[in-house]
Design a protein around this ligand. Structure first.
Ligand SMILES: [Ca+2]
Length: 311
């Protein structure tokens, strides 16, 4: 550091032997330093304990105080700069991977930002209360968007004949066939005021929609009991889901259905079975009998279930 008005000048002396007893003498001994108060620099573990760097300052006592003040200010500024650096790195990491931004639900995802931020589809990381960071497929275009997709069957790549734990936690490929998970469903719907929509395409290529103005899933302690009502839709098979209202969820290893047998095991799926179903959207994609993906009597080649807050 050199301040040109001559009041304060300093020079780094480098290594000084501890054999030099007086700091001023040490400074004097160095070329370019005439008289000084000296300040030991930081000790480094790589240095011999008898050697350490010294900053030498030629100054009056008053200027020495100013110098110390300046150094102290510099120390504060350096700390602030470090903190800003950390903040900048943090922001940059969010920019590099925008999906890490903490969204609470697909309603936080706007169409423009979704398209700008995510060119691989609409998978976002949501911070679901009590569940944590969860990858979710957000449908930002259909019917005003804001939909959280929690079930999809489209190509049969994923096996849906699974046990309780899998259905609680979720499984599959978010871009393809998947099940989001019962615990996430409970947490996202427990406050009520949610609607649910099912998109279906029959084996004959007919497009159906079933919509429910009320959709809520109970807690795990109540086996994720289904609460659904308020049907509207265009399926010629009618409402295939309301009859499942007030039934607990069953899997092949957790029978909570209303049948003496085990519907989930028989039908190779997990669902809110009674005895046993009017819809079986988690059924075996490759089967055409009762085990297939069905809405009423109709076999489906596509189904997608999604929920959002009722407007
Ligand atoms: Ca049973």
């Amino acid at each position: 550091m050199r301040i040109t008005n001559g009041i304060i000048a300093s020079c780094i002396l480098g290594m000084i032997s501890a054999a030099d007893q007086h700091e001023e003498m040490r400074c004097k001994a160095r070329p370019g330093c005439h008289l000084a108060k000296c300040e030991p620099g930081p000790l480094s573990p790589s240095l011999n304990v008898n050697e350490y760097p010294v900053t030498c300052v030629r100054t009056s006592a008053q200027d020495w105080e100013e110098y110390k003040e300046l150094k102290s200010e510099m120390r504060i500024m350096r700390t602030e700069l470090n903190a800003l650096g950390i903040k900048t790195n943090d922001l940059e990491s969010h920019l590099a991977e925008p999906n890490t931004a903490l969204l609470r639900s697909c309603e936080d995802v706007q169409l423009e930002s979704a398209l700008a931020r995510n060119d691989s589809g609409c998978v976002f990381k949501l911070d679901i209360p009590e569940v944590g960071i969860t990858n979710v497929f957000c449908d930002v275009t259909d019917d005003g968007g804001n939909w959280t997709v929690f079930q999809r069957r489209m190509n049969g790549d994923v096996n849906f004949s699974r046990g309780w734990d899998d259905y609680v936690k979720g499984f599959g490929d978010l871009q393809g066939d998947h099940w989001l998970g019962l615990e996430a469903l409970h947490q996202m719907t427990k406050t009520g005021n949610m609607e649910m929509k099912i998109k279906m395409i029959t084996k004959n290529g007919v497009y159906w929609v079933a919509k429910y103005s009320n959709f809520r899933i109970g807690p795990g302690s109540n086996k994720y009991r289904l609460h659904v009502s308020g049907y509207s839709g265009n399926s010629t098979s009618g409402d295939g889901f309301s009859s499942h209202d007030n039934h607990q969820f069953s899997t092949k290893d957790a029978d909570h259905d209303g049948s003496p047998g085990n519907c989930a095991s028989l039908l190779e799926a997990g669902w809110w079975y009674h005895i046993c179903y009017h819809s079986n959207l988690n059924g075996n994609f490759h089967k055409t009998d009762d085990k297939g993906v069905r809405w009423g009597q109709d076999l489906l080649q596509f189904s997608e279930m999604k929920l959002r807050k009722r407007s």
